[in-house]
Design a protein around this ligand. Structure first.
Ligand code: ADP
Ligand code: ASP
Ligand code: MG
Length: 404
């Protein structure tokens, strides 16, 4: 007996029938004698529907209005889950991000959590209530405005609630029964992992594996909260995301992942002077745009080309910012390419195995897939390729590194 924190994603609460199924899973936990806090996402498709409505009015919408609008998806699903429990005879209460004291840093559409006060949750526990919490949303106290945590942010809400309540584990229920060696929708032979280290999961999530939002893994790692990924549709063992142990190092490549939500920007003929890169990337950072892979070509005639990737959703803003910078520093032009994807292999075993990157480049070359950019870290290798090759590349790499 103790505190259990659960989270159910969009598909799991996607219809009234599914919501009733979720209520039964929560009720079972309550019957075991636990205090239960459960974070829920918007019903599947709802967040996209709301974003599309806003874009129809203006593609360069106000970030404040975006948050005010999209946070309603979770504000709607949480009372539906709470009501299902109440109707089954279980005491439950739905709570918004504001009501649980989810304090964020105020960056609209992509906020970070600064604190979770959770007093209200503790009070409701004392009354014997199950708390059904709207994920994805928080409050920036300085402006009194609602903020959201980035796509997939309910995972992060859940781990933050688990950390605040000092729960040892956060159960993330979704539409797959765990974390696989690749997205099971892309690779038929992908294998379910019993456990995976925080570091590897953090890389997989940051590199495009949608199953967990990367910040949720970061929070779990920093606050020692294990994350258990489970199916809401089948009662099966899931995948534990936890501290690294010695078995994990035996495997060279734990997972293969791709991210199509990337776009490449090139600023051509940038004056090759000290301080130019800092000028460009500081301006971009000031606009809250995350830059990923950066490549600077060898300078020629005192000029150089600078390429980098951003999230596709940031491309309009990033191009605007870069056009202004290009003018200021006297660069030639700004080119945007949305038809790219990043394909990566991840594994802690790479630390002790040589030649992994070289093998990845050879496999891509043998299949006539051109590499546009490369980036590596201790436990991953990523290549930017043409978007149309993304799934083929994942299958080839999975077959060679994981299935072999
Ligand atoms: P939820 O709505 O429950 O938050 P998501 O759609 O955000 O669920 O995440 C679950 C999906 O993540 C799965 O349906 C699966 O297609 C995808 N996915 C991508 N990579 C992986 C992976 N390595 N293991 C498991 N699922 C993955
Ligand atoms: N509803 C939000 C989204 O679709 C948050 C989440 O589901 O985690 O991104
Ligand atoms: Mg998700």
């Amino acid at each position: 007996m103790g505190i259990v924190v659960m989270k159910f994603g969009g598909t799991s609460v996607g219809s009234i029938e599914r919501i009733k199924n979720v209520a039964r899973i929560i009720a079972k936990k309550k019957d075991q004698g636990h205090d239960v806090a459960c974070v829920v996402s918007a019903m599947s498709g709802e967040t996209d529907r709301l974003i599309n409505l806003l874009k129809e009015i203006d593609p360069k919408y106000s970030p404040r209005e975006y948050d005010q609008l999209v946070s309603t998806g979770e504000s709607a699903s949480s009372p539906l889950v709470a009501q299902s429990l109440i109707s089954m005879g279980y005491p439950a209460v739905s709570l918004t991000g504001i009501q649980i004291g989810m304090v964020t840093n105020g960056a609209h559409s992509n906020s970070r959590i600064m604190d979770v006060k959770a007093d209200r949750i503790r009070e409701e526990f004392k009354k014997g209530k199950i708390c059904i919490i709207a994920g994805f949303q928080g409050l920036f106290p300085e402006t009194g405005d609602i903020t959201t945590l980035g796509r997939g942010g309910s995972d992060t809400s859940a781990v933050a609630v688990a950390a605040a309540l000092k729960a040892n584990v956060c159960e993330i229920y979704t539409d797959v029964d765990g974390v696989y060696t690749a997205d099971p929708r892309i690779v038929k032979h992908a294998k379910k992992l019993d456990k995976i280290s925080y570091d590897e999961m953090l890389e997989l999530a940051s590199l495009g594996a949608k199953v967990l939002q990367s910040r949720s893994v970061e929070l779990g790692m920093n606050h020692n909260v294990d994350i258990m990924v489970l199916s809401s549709l089948e009662d099966k063992p899931g995948t534990l995301v936890t501290k690294e142990d010695s078995d994990m190092e035996q495997v060279v490549v734990t997972g293969v992942v791709s991210d199509k939500n990337q776009a490449k920007i090139t600023i051509t003929a940038v004056p090759d002077n000290p301080g130019i890169a800092s000028k460009i990337f500081n301006k971009i950072a000031d606009s809250n745009i995350n830059v990923d892979v950066i490549v600077q070509n060898v300078g020629k005639d005192g000029n150089t080309d600078m390429s980098f990737t951003v999230q596709k959703t940031d491309i309009l803003r990033a191009t605007d910012v870069c056009n202004a910078i290009a003018k200021e520093i006297g660069a030639k032009e700004v080119l945007a390419d949305e038809n790219i994807a990043k394909v990566s292999i991840v594994g802690v075993g790479m630390r002790s195995h040589a030649g992994v990157a070289a093998k990845m480049f050879s496999l891509l070359a043998e299949n006539n897939i051109n590499i546009k950019m490369i980036t590596t870290s201790e436990i991953k290798v990523s290549c930017v390729v043409e978007e149309k090759f993304s799934e083929l590349a994942v299958r080839i790499l999975h077959e060679a590194f994981v299935e072999a």
